[in-house]
Design a protein around this ligand. Structure first.
Ligand code: ATP
Ligand code: MG
Length: 263
């Protein structure tokens, strides 16, 4: 039976159902033992929304993204995109389905020009025909990138490099962007700018799943939030509800206890 378009529209774009994953190999004696990082993680990520994942260091946030994107084997449970089971699909297959992953840190080719970096984003595209048009549109949308198109990418500031990464991902015309701590090391102004870009993408129909240490700021531009602890989903709610939850304020939003600085 094919679900109707209407059902599809209200169905979450990304669903994690009791996902277990970790880094070690299974041993006869200890099973997966302590190496299981995701311990039954669940999520229902709404279509066309920004969802921010928060949780303490080591909770498994980045691991969750790697498991979704096929960089780490899912040992049990399922990952579904658009109602389709994509568990243990390769990154390449996920890109083809419109899922883009932007890891933490710097992921550009510093020696190459800005334009060349952008063009490399298109290498993974199976829609070669539309590529030139999308590159033009991206250059128009991000004036900074077009101003610096011929400059070596290493000359961009950290924030500009992050924008370049996002723009490169857009060449694939994604429906879902997984973005891990984009604001690390950026100036407050650049943090605002990167978050504004994500908001703008959301307003254009892209679904964004974001990990952010600047939890409060991120939740303020988000629709939904997810709290992960020890590889388990503790809370999934709207961002306003999470912002208003005193337990969360205490633990993650700098309320009450002094929040440790994360570098
Ligand atoms: N490549 C790896 N090999 C083995 N263990 C790893 C690897 N990457 C992460 N881990 C472990 O998995 C656990 C979860 O790490 P993960 O990076 O997913 O946490 P996180 O929630 O993203 O934390 P942070 O807020 O510090 O980024 C940690 O205990 C970490 O040491
Ligand atoms: Mg992380």
């Amino acid at each position: 039976m094919t679900p109707s378009k209407l059902m599809n529209a209200s169905e979450p774009l990304l669903v994690l159902d009791r996902v277990f994953a970790g880094y070690g190999k299974m041993t006869v004696f200890a099973g997966y033992g302590k190496m299981t990082i995701l311990n039954g993680t669940t999520a229902r990520v709404r279509r066309g929304a920004i969802t921010t994942v928060i949780g303490p260091n080591g909770a498994g946030k980045s691991t969750m993204f790697k498991a979704i994107f096929g960089l780490l084997p899912v040992r049990s449970g399922t990952v579904a995109v658009d109602g389709r089971n994509v568990t243990n699909f390769s990154p390449r297959q996920l890109l083809d389905l419109g899922v883009v992953y932007i890891p933490q840190g710097r992921n550009i080719f510093p020696e190459l020009s800005v334009r060349h970096n952008l063009e490399l984003g298109g290498v993974a595209s199976s829609d070669r025909a539309g590529l030139a048009g999308r590159l033009d549109a991206i250059m128009q949308r991000f004036a900074m990138l077009s101003d610096k198109a011929d400059a070596q990418a290493s000359t961009l500031s950290g924030g500009q490099q992050k924008i370049l990464e996002v723009a490169r991902g857009l060449l694939l015309d994604p429906k879902l962007i997984l973005i891990d701590e984009p604001s690390i090391g950026l100036s407050p102004l650049m943090v605002q700018e990167v978050l504004a870009i994500l908001k703008d993408l959301r307003d254009n129909g892209v679904t964004v799943l974001l990990i952010e240490q600047n939890a409060k700021q991120a939740l303020q531009i988000s629709d939904d939030g997810l709290v992960l602890e020890q590889g388990q989903t503790r809370i999934e709610d709207t961002a306003p509800n999470i912002l208003a939850d005193p337990r969360i304020a205490q633990l993650f939003l700098g309320g009450g206890l002094a929040a440790p600085e994360h570098v």
